[in-house]
Design a protein around this ligand. Structure first.
Ligand SMILES: *[C@@H]1O[C@H](CO)[C@@H](O)[C@H](O)[C@H]1NC(C)=O
Ligand SMILES: *[C@@H]1O[C@H](CO)[C@@H](O)[C@H](O)[C@H]1NC(C)=O
Ligand SMILES: *[C@@H]1O[C@H](CO)[C@@H](O)[C@H](O)[C@H]1NC(C)=O
Length: 473
């Protein structure tokens, strides 16, 4: 019904508009979209979710299996922008917070060193010391969170002064106020028709693009309302910025993570809505898949994170995406993405032409989710999503769960030959295995890091990883 209404709305708006043709990668439809809805020749407008359709080139049928290697580094001078140190970690504090004083302090003037390979998750940026214990890993995660906030995502504020809410008629209303500013936003709730309360729940960023599992509630978060993502002119727009000001450093994705945290704050005080808050998942596809990964990385109350076809800037690593582009594959890269939208902070633009100087890559964004569960759902067949980058990046991320002794709490399922964000039935068993284990407490086999791309899409560990995996004690 909702889909039919959406299609009807889309059809009406299509009929009413005089359309400028949208370029490749641009948005071409979705709730609230008032721009052009036709795409330039050679691309087509592909439905992603109710809030977003995008002009995409024809899906590639042949997938590159070229072995990618990092570029030889010509020493890059890191940008000299003065960086405001991140003072608030807020909700990013790990659940089991390390004792004060034991974590190395990240200096405000951290000196960045060029590294073409995927940086070592198991060494502190603060002082170069090795991470050998699970406690130290918790410190390192807090450091990685700060690094992402500082260089790529902007500052995530902590819990505001007042967060209240109410549940009525399948709508959860969340009211937030701080320093004299207030916002109210609504989340639609679909309770399952089977199963018994309290129900596990999936928070869908912008809408569900995976099949809804039986017995699981779905909470749909209108992320665009919290922080707009139409294009680069969306900076500072949305309810998050009503509270914190349009000049706040938080990128759209950081603002979404903040919004999801406020939803969970309210759920914790809304016993009439019978959800099992130890069994919360987050998902989203494409740009909202990038967002789902950021939400899972920043919010420790999420038990299972399922980014779907999130591509470069989500499950892909900037370094591998740059290598793909250098090898002739048209794929999203850091330098492209900052000119496309406001998913990343303005400060990130200072680093997109010096990607090897970043003290992290997205295997470490994924690593913020550990030891909680992460399932990557991805598409081998669409070059612009950077399938090689996603597979290599997430195969590398799995090493963090290996170090923690739980490699099966993080999985990768990558399958081609289907439209963007169209979930193929062949991936259903992989999705079921994670849902059944982490949302329903069943004993399933979640040991897989796999792609249907030949030759692992050309990803060779030795070309990208120059560190070993410790066993954290
Ligand atoms: C950073 O600041 C500290 C304290 O002021 C100073 O000792 C150190 O040399 C600085 N490091 C760099 C790389 O500038
Ligand atoms: C939330 O805010 C709305 C709009 O300002 C208001 O009507 C409502 O009473 C508030 N609800 C709660 C629970 O504070
Ligand atoms: C789990 O599945 C993987 C991949 O299909 C397989 O290799 C492994 O043997 C299975 N493990 C168990 C315990 O069944």
């Amino acid at each position: 019904m909702a889909l039919r209404l959406t299609l009807l709305t889309a059809a009406i708006s299509l009929a009413l508009r005089v359309n400028a043709q949208q370029p490749v990668w641009a948005q071409c439809g979705g709730i609230g979209w008032t721009g052009g809805t036709t795409c330039v020749s050679g691309t087509s407008c592909v439905f992603s979710n109710a809030y977003y359709s995008q002009c995409l080139p024809g899906a590639a049928t042949t997938v590159s299996t070229t072995t990618l290697v990092p570029p030889t580094i010509t020493p890059t001078t890191p940008p000299t922008t003065t960086l405001a140190p991140t003072t608030t970690i807020g909700t990013t504090s790990p659940t089991s917070a390390p004792s004060p004083g034991v974590c190395p302090t990240l200096p405000a003037n951290l000196s960045l060193v060029s590294n073409a390979k995927l940086p070592n998750p198991f060494v502190f940026a603060a002082d170069g010391s090795a991470v050998t214990t699970k406690n130290q890993w918790t410190c390192r995660q807090a450091e990685i969170s700060q690094l992402f906030q500082r260089y790529e995502l902007g500052t995530l504020p902590g819990k505001p002064a007042s967060v209240t809410g109410s549940y009525s008629g399948n709508t959860l209303t969340i009211n937030v106020s701080d320093s004299g500013k207030s916002i109210s936003f609504a989340v639609s709730v679909a309770l399952p028709s089977t199963g018994t309360a309290p129900f596990p729940a999936i928070i869908a960023i912008g809408g569900m693009s995976i099949p809804t599992p039986a017995g699981v509630a779905v909470l749909t978060f209108n992320n665009d309302d919290m922080a707009a993502q139409t294009d680069t002119t969306s900076r500072g727009q949305g309810k998050f910025y009503t509270i914190y000001g349009s000049g706040h450093s938080a990128s759209a994705m950081t603002a979404w993570a903040w919004g999801v945290s406020r939803i969970i704050d309210v759920l914790e005080n809304t016993p009439t809505l019978k959800l099992d808050l130890t069994k919360l998942a987050v998902t989203g596809c494409s740009r909202n898949g990038k967002g789902a990964l950021v939400v899972g990385a920043f919010e420790p109350r999420i038990a299972l994170t399922i980014p779907q076809e999130s591509g470069s800037g989500g499950a892909g690593c900037w370094r591998i995406s740059d290598a793909m582009l250098a090898a002739g594959t048209s794929t999203q890269t850091a330098s492209e993405i900052v000119g496309e939208n406001v998913w990343f902070s303005t400060n990130f633009a200072n680093y997109v032409h010096a990607v090897p100087t970043l003290p992290f890559d997205h295997h470490m964004l994924a690593a913020l989710v550990a030891p909680r569960a992460l399932l990557i759902i991805d598409n081998t067949g669409i070059d612009w999503l950077g399938p090689e980058s996603v597979f290599g990046c997430m195969k590398t991320a799995n090493k963090v769960w290996q170090a923690l002794g739980i490699p099966d709490h993080m999985g990768v399922s990558q399958v081609g030959n289907h439209a963007h964000c169209a979930f193929p039935s062949s991936e259903q068993p992989d999705l079921d295995a994670f849902i059944n284990k982490f949302l329903k407490g069943q004993n399933t086999n979640t040991s897989f890091v796999k792609t249907d791309g030949a030759n692992q899409l050309g990803f060779v560990d030795a070309n990208w990883i120059d560190w070993t995996v410790p066993t954290l004690t």
